[in-house]
Design a protein around this ligand. Structure first.
Ligand SMILES: [Cu+2]
Length: 143
């Protein structure tokens, strides 16, 4: 066996076990265009679980921002406050919605200003180690 082949086999064995979450589908994905002075914004989408097993989203990431996380909203002292959600459950044959005023994907520390119409890539990770890639479009809601 030559050295190259051995390397290929070792690489295959050591390759991280991650597969795409086939039962999950994301729909209606968009990101709010922030005012030019802001380097933070939020993304919204519907995540549907067509499978027979509940799925737990444990993380989300995007190359456009330094910090990306799932946020919830809660009323306290007469004001709405955001708080990080360590996980979001998507029951079997059901969906969860990230919507304005509710659960959302928080993007903080944008690496570059976003443009209306731009595509923003997200990737959710599930507790089973599966990945859900999502492409969202940047929308200017002030128009
Ligand atoms: Cu938030």
């Amino acid at each position: 066996m030559n050295r190259c082949l051995i390397f290929a086999i070792v690489a295959l064995v050591l390759w991280p076990v991650s597969s795409f979450a086939q039962s999950l589908v994301a729909d209606q994905a968009w990101v709010r265009l922030p005012p030019p002075v802001m380097d933070a914004t939020a993304g919204y989408m519907v995540v549907e679980n067509a499978g027979d097993q509940d799925v737990v989203l444990i993380a989300v990431d995007s190359p456009v921002a330094e910090h990306v996380m799932m946020h919830g909203m809660q009323m306290s002292e007469g004001r709405m406050h955001m708080f990080p959600l360590p996980e979001v459950h998507v029951p079997a044959h059901a969906s969860v919605s990230f919507v304005p005023g509710g659960m959302h994907i928080m993007l903080m520390g944008l690496h570059a200003p976003l443009r209306a119409g731009q595509s923003v890539h997200f990737e959710f990770k599930t507790s089973a180690g599966e990945l859900l890639p999502v492409d969202a479009i940047v929308r200017d809601m002030r128009k």
